[in-house]
Design a protein around this ligand. Structure first.
Ligand SMILES: Nc1ncnc2c1ncn2[C@@H]1O[C@H](COP(=O)(O)OP(=O)(O)OP(=O)(O)O)[C@@H](O)[C@H]1O
Ligand SMILES: [Mg+2]
Length: 305
């Protein structure tokens, strides 16, 4: 549905986007991750046709974005970084305006489209309030509503849950997930729990370049502590335990950390069986046995440092 090839954007002496290629299919939710200034928003602006690439091509549903800007805009819903402008309009007026831009002329059809997104984005209570007087979260919902008004097959959302309260974040994620079945979705986020909750694939961008394109699960496996174990043993010399564990064929390293041992398996294979195999015969008394939590944050930090 979206095909990006060797995309490049230069601003003066800065390569904001430096030769990125990737694809997104229908049914996929692609998460765009990367530090501030990595080039996420610039890439999204190029896909939606708001910024011209310095070089490279973008195809949306087979159409070249630069050659068919009007066709492309019909196929794409875009939630930009800083939400909707036109602050003096009410929500109703703004959505009506968007519906007209989108080419819905039939009054009944317009009403039906606007009602649908107001229900979807829970905007009914503020429909007649001017956008500039709305709270940040409600402004974000208006931005979301205008992006999906024409039910586009491609959705590009730049930090869609930024500034929302925890309940609303969940709500928006639910809506995005429900829409994903028949759409190709790209969203950028700095909220890593969002990636696990929403994305079927993740792209990490750093300094304009693509440094990872894989599933959230396989990204998680890159965590140094993936499948590691942490134990505390009492009543024996800890160095003796450490040495015995290190000799096991499935163990790559054992690190003493704060009076506890962290056991790192070879090839990040699960080593649960270790417990049963080794400890009873040695009469070690294990007072603590746990898997240290693994998250994407360390992985991303390491990849983008
Ligand atoms: N219009 C512009 N003119 C000059 N430089 C720009 C312009 N837009 C973006 N840049 C630069 O391009 C780089 C990438 O910016 P971009 O907004 O794409 O980053 P981002 O990954 O979206 O970051 P964030 O997480 O902060 O939103 C930055 O160095 C930024 O300063
Ligand atoms: Mg950005």
């Amino acid at each position: 549905m979206i095909e990006v090839k060797s995309l490049h954007k230069r601003y003066g002496s800065i390569d904001a986007v430096n030769g990125i290629s990737f694809q997104v299919n229908r049914g996929e939710i692609l998460g765009f991750l990367g530090p501030n200034g990595a080039g996420k928003s610039t890439t999204m602006k190029m896909i939606t046709g708001f910024v011209r690439p310095s070089s490279g091509t973008i195809l949306v549903d087979g159409h070249n974005v630069q050659e068919h800007p009007v066709t492309i805009k019909e196929k794409i819903g875009y939630l930009p970084e800083n939400g909707p402008v036109y602050g003096e309009m009410t929500v109703q007026e703004f959505l009506n305006f968007i519906a007209e831009i989108r080419g819905f002329r039939d009054p009944m059809e317009k009403v039906e489209k606007i009602d649908r997104v107001c229900d979807l984005c829970r905007l009914n209570s503020v429909r007649h309030q001017s956008i500039e007087t709305l709270s940040k979260g409600f402004k974000q919902r208006v931005g979301f509503a205008q992006a999906v008004l024409h039910d586009p097959p491609v959705l590009i959302m730049d930090e869609p849950t930024d500034g929302l309260d925890p309940n609303q974040k969940k709500e928006v994620r639910k809506i995005i997930k429900a829409m994903a079945q028949d759409k190709a979705i790209i969203l950028s986020t700095h909220i890593l729990e969002e990636v696990g909750a929403l994305c079927s694939r993740v792209i990490i961008i750093s300094k304009g370049a693509l440094i990872a394109d894989e599933s959230p699960e396989s990204l998680l496996e890159r965590n140094r502590k993936f499948n590691a174990l942490r134990i505390q043993v009492d009543g024996v010399e800890i160095e003796a335990v450490r040495s015995a564990l290190r000799d096991l064929p499935e163990v790559a390293a054992v690190i003493l950390n704060d009076n506890r041992l962290e056991i790192f398996p070879k090839n990040k294979q699960a080593i649960e069986a270790l417990n049963l195999k080794t400890f009873p015969e040695n009469n070690w008394f294990i007072t603590q046995f746990e898997k240290p939590p693994v998250g994407l944050d360390e992985v991303i930090w390491e990849l983008t440092a």
